[in-house]
Every structure is written in structure tokens, then in C-alpha cells.
Design a protein around this ligand. Structure first.
Ligand code: CDP
Length: 222
């Protein structure tokens, strides 16, 4: 079953996806889905079990074995691994370092996409990620690609108090064979370097109006 309206927000690390996607979903009364959290959760599961994250076969076998689930709670996606919610661990240095190795494993991507599609079936959703507009929901007319200069993105991540080699992660995510980070040809690119979160949300709402998204929140701010 297809979701109803899907707004895809893709982009590199620290481009503002999470804050923008969550705020946009609130404004529209849509659900907010964080696909990156699913890749992070699987990564956490592998690290927790002592599986070598550089070994794609071992990662694929683990992904088959554990129960990876996505559900919507209070209009936001929640991910669990064998019924455990690892949310507090998802932005640890270890997960930041390992997630790109795990997310390039084809079987991991298949399982996550299947669970995510199930979770959002017939819902109105804003989904953030790397391949939502290009691979997961290529048919949606509502695709945005957020970007910002590497300096601004590194500064944002540091301000969050995280050790995160975003340049390395971007390079790995952009060069992998399966579902690399790319701008879908029909996505609208927004440079967020000099914009606040509310400004980016307004910009997206403005563009959604021209795309005729028929939603009260979009229409009432005409
Ligand atoms: O922290 P940041 O917003 O940069 O990343 P995230 O959205 O939490 O995603 C973490 C990692 O998951 C990315 O670096 C990708 O390796 C992977 N990912 C992916 O491959 N496909 C997605 N749709 C979302 C995330």
C-alpha cells in the first residue's frame, strides 16, 4: 500500500534535515519519519553484538536475524531492534563512525525500506534521509534536497557536542554502489547555510504551494 502524501527531505550530514523535517511535519499535521535513525539503530545493534561492521555478510546475517521494527508513536517514527528502543545511543561516536559501513549493505537497505514502507502506508508523512526521493519514494512530487557549505555543517555538528567526521560519512554515502546520496533530478535544492530552521520551513511551504499540495496548513498561509 502506498503512503498518501510523502514529502522527501534528503541531504548530507548536518544540512538541517531533522529539525526542518520535524518542524514541517508539525506545521502540516503530517507524521515525521527519520530513516537515518533506522540505519543508526541497526548499526547500534551490530556494535552491541560485537559484529565486525566492516563485514557486510555478518551485518546482513544480523539484519535477517533480529527483528527490526518501525512504528509511529505520537506522529513520530520509533525504531526498535528485538523490541528494544536504542534511541539514546543513536548519536554516539561509535555509531557515527560505523553507520556508513552498515548502510551500504544491500540487505540492510532492503529490510529497512520494507519496514519503513509498511510503517507509513496510507499516512501523510515527511521522511528525511539520503535516498527517499531517489529510491524509496521516487514517485512523490514533493522532493527537497537540503544542503549547506561543509564549514557550516561541521560547525553545526560541533555545536551539538558530537564527534562526527561528517566529511568522511558524506564521501562514503555518496560513493556507495547502492542508493548513494544524490540529488534526485526532480528534487528542489535549498541551501540552508544562511537560513534559520523556520526560514527553511517557510521556503518549503512556499514551494509546496506552487506544487499544489492540498493541505490546510499550506493553503492557510497563502
Ligand atoms: O546525522 P545525519 O543527519 O547526518 O545522518 P542520519 O540521517 O542520522 O543518517 C546516518 C547515516 O545513515 C548516514 O550517514 C547514511 O550512511 C545512512 N542513511 C542512509 O544510508 N540512507 C538513509 N535514507 C538515511 C540514512
Amino acid at each position: 500500500m502506498a503512503a498518501d502524501h510523502v514529502i522527501a527531505i534528503d541531504g548530507p550530514a548536518a544540512s538541517g534535515k531533522s529539525s526542518v523535517a520535524r518542524a514541517l511535519a508539525k506545521r502540516l499535521g503530517f507524521c515525521y519519519v527519520n530513516s537515518g535513525a533506522m540505519y543508526r539503530a541497526v548499526t547500534w545493534g551490530a556494535l552491541h553484538r560485537g559484529i565486525a561492521v566492516q563485514d557486510p555478510d555478518a551485518i546482513a546475517a544480523m539484519a535477517e536475524e533480529v527483528r527490526i521494527a518501525c512504528e509511529l508513536i505520537d506522529n513520530e517514527s520509533r525504531i526498535s531492534i528485538d523490541n528494544f528502543d536504542p534511541s539514546p545511543q543513536l548519536h554516539s561516536d561509535e555509531v557515527n563512525r560505523a553507520v556508513s559501513s552498515v548502510s551500504r549493505v544491500a540487505r540492510v537497505r532492503e529490510i529497512i525500506n520494507l519496514q519503513m514502507r509498511r510503517c507509513v502506508a496510507s499516512r501523510d508523512v515527511v521522511i528525511e534521509g539520503r535516498d527517499i526521493g531517489s529510491v524509496v519514494f521516487p514517485g512523490t512530487p514533493f522532493k527537497f534536497f537540503l544542503d549547506a557549505s561543509p564549514e557550516v555543517r561541521a560547525r553545526r555538528r560541533n555545536a551539538q557536542g558530537q564527534r562526527d567526521e561528517i566529511a568522511m560519512r558524506d564521501q562514503a554515502d555518496s560513493s556507495r554502489r547502492m542508493a548513494p546520496l544524490v540529488i534526485a533530478p526532480d528534487a528542489e535544492r535549498i541551501d540552508t547555510s544562511d537560513l534559520t530552521i523556520p526560514e527553511v520551513v517557510e521556503e518549503i511551504l512556499k514551494r509546496l504551494r506552487t506544487k499544489r499540495l492540498s493541505n490546510a496548513a499550506v493553503i492557510s498561509h497563502r
